[in-house]
Design a protein around this ligand. Structure first.
Ligand SMILES: [Zn+2]
Length: 115
């Protein structure tokens, strides 16, 4: 079973939990309020992508709260598992540019439109 990293936006805690699969016709908001969804500090935790999880592990709790407030952007550095959190405006710009380039590559690379 695959697992995900969840982040508490209030205290910055990280938790590994099994991936939550959305039930039929359930919205994301409904999944987050369901009992299956990990909670911390009385609130639904935020689910991170694998890359965001790698970046999150490089921060302490206090830094993660700030990062969550800035949109959880990440920058990919050369090499494996080299995702770092984007914390200042310059890094966030870089992260957005990388993401735009990534989406662009994906569009050009696929012959059939799947979205
Ligand atoms: Zn918490």
């Amino acid at each position: 079973m695959s697992s995900r990293t969840f982040l508490c936006g209030k205290c910055g805690a990280l938790r590994r939990a099994s991936a939550i699969y959305r039930q039929h016709k359930e919205t994301l908001a409904q999944s987050q309020t369901s009992l299956r969804w990990p909670k911390h500090c009385g609130e639904a935790m935020q689910v991170l992508s694998y890359e965001q999880g790698v970046a999150a592990n490089k921060l302490n709790n206090q830094e993660r709260i700030g990062w969550a407030g800035k949109g959880l952007f990440i920058i990919q550095r050369c090499g494996k598992r080299k995702w770092v959190p984007a914390l200042n405006p310059r890094q966030i710009d870089e992260a957005k540019q990388q993401y735009a380039a990534f989406l662009n590559d994906r569009r050009q690379g696929s012959r059939t439109k799947i979205y």
